[in-house]
Design a protein around this ligand. Structure first.
Ligand SMILES: *Cc1c(COP(=O)(O)O)cnc(C)c1O
Length: 343
């Protein structure tokens, strides 16, 4: 048995804290499908106001929030432009194609940021041969881009390109709170560059369940219909929403601590000639490659695991480590020690 286990597989592994559990226990609830759960109503109002939008919809997962965003803003035969490494294209089981009849059109953007020239070229002119381009999706922070923050001026340009052609913009902000804390740009400014936004409470914010789709009232009304159709209507889910409200009040600013811990791991990786950081570390995700081909990659990840340092293999001899609110400074000391030894 290792001395300790440091679980860096994802920021989804956090467990609700005692005060969060107290907030859950105290939650006032109703029947959210009938529209009268006061805690869910409060969460949806809070998040809509925070992003400067009319309405919001609490959903079980980020995957569902993204899917509802696409279903509510496209029709079958439409096309959505996004970046090849984004979550919607890679990790959502082709929901947009299966359920929405929507074609995804991936572009190659370094670090997960859409290449602006290619983006303009990818928007289809009206022609009976073409799918209808109707939406552009961006991701901030970018998961496969090692949690990098989407530069705000680029988001404004994406917004301007979309506007010119009458397209809508969806922001997959599963980790938007990390972007807000790292960039100092408030939620509302990110709201201004998108028509719809997904935010996950179950990642670095530390809530057990749930994401939210934030948009204009008409889009949220359609999304509410889709949520019911897909079986995502939940009844006394105020007990979950209470955890999310707690997270928004208590766990946003502290994300800076997670970012500092990820920086420590990144500095160590950068000091090892056998390893290479694939992207600069700006928030809570570190992705590095085992560059030294004389090191057996399987053996490397096995040794990490046996030492109690849990991470995810991320393809092409690379490893992802994610810091979160259940990781302490002592845990990072331990990771540094073990990683140094294995290298
Ligand atoms: C985790 C994640 C999602 C989906 O969240 P689930 O709640 O796991 O379905 C969507 N987008 C990004 C960028 C994510 O990291």
């Amino acid at each position: 048995m290792p001395e300790r286990t440091v679980d860096l597989r994802s920021d989804t592994v956090t467990r609700p804290s005692q005060p969060m559990r107290a907030a859950i226990a105290a939650a006032e609830v109703g029947d959210d499908v009938l529209g009268d759960d006061p805690t869910v109503i409060r969460l949806e109002r809070t998040m809509a106001d925070l992003l400067g939008k009319e309405a919001a919809l609490y959903v079980p997962s980020g995957t569902m929030a993204n899917l509802l965003a696409l279903l509510s803003q496209t029709k079958p035969g439409d096309e959505v432009i996004l970046d090849r490494n984004c979550h919607i294209f890679n990790y959502e089981a082709a929901g947009a194609a299966v359920i929405g009849g929507v074609q995804l059109h991936p572009l190659d953007g370094p670090g997960g940021f859409l290449p602006l020239g290619a983006l303009e070229g990818a928007i289809r002119p009206e022609n009976i041969h073409h799918p209808v381009t109707s939406l552009i999706a961006v991701e901030n922070t970018h998961n496969r881009g090692a949690g990098r923050v989407y530069p705000y001026d680029q988001l404004e340009k994406v917004r301007a390109i979309a506007k010119k052609d009458g397209l809508r913009v969806h922001l997959d902000g599963a980790r938007l709170a990390n972007a807000v804390v790292a960039s100092g740009i408030p939620f509302k400014k990110y709201g201004a560059i998108a028509d719809s936004i997904n935010i996950c409470f179950s990642k670095g914010l530390g809530a057990p369940v749930g994401s939210i789709l934030i948009s204009d009232a008409a889009t949220v009304k359609k999304a509410r219909y889709w949520r019911k159709r897909l079986g995502g209507g939940m009844r006394q889910c105020g007990i979950l929403a209470a955890a999310c409200l707690y997270a928004m009040e208590n766990n946003v600013e502290r994300l800076a601590l997670d970012h500092a811990k990820a920086s420590r791991i990144a500095a160590l990786v950068a000091s090892k000639p056998a390893l290479k950081l694939l992207f600069p570390v700006e928030t809570n995700i570190v992705i590095f490659r085992v560059e030294d081909e004389s090191i057996d990659f399987e053996g490397f990840t096995r040794a990490l695991g046996e030492a109690g340092v849990l991470s995810l293999a991320f393809g092409n001899r690379s490893v992802r480590m994610v810091t979160h609110l259940d990781i302490t400074d002592d845990d990072i000391d331990y990771v540094e020690k073990k990683l140094s030894r294995i290298c």
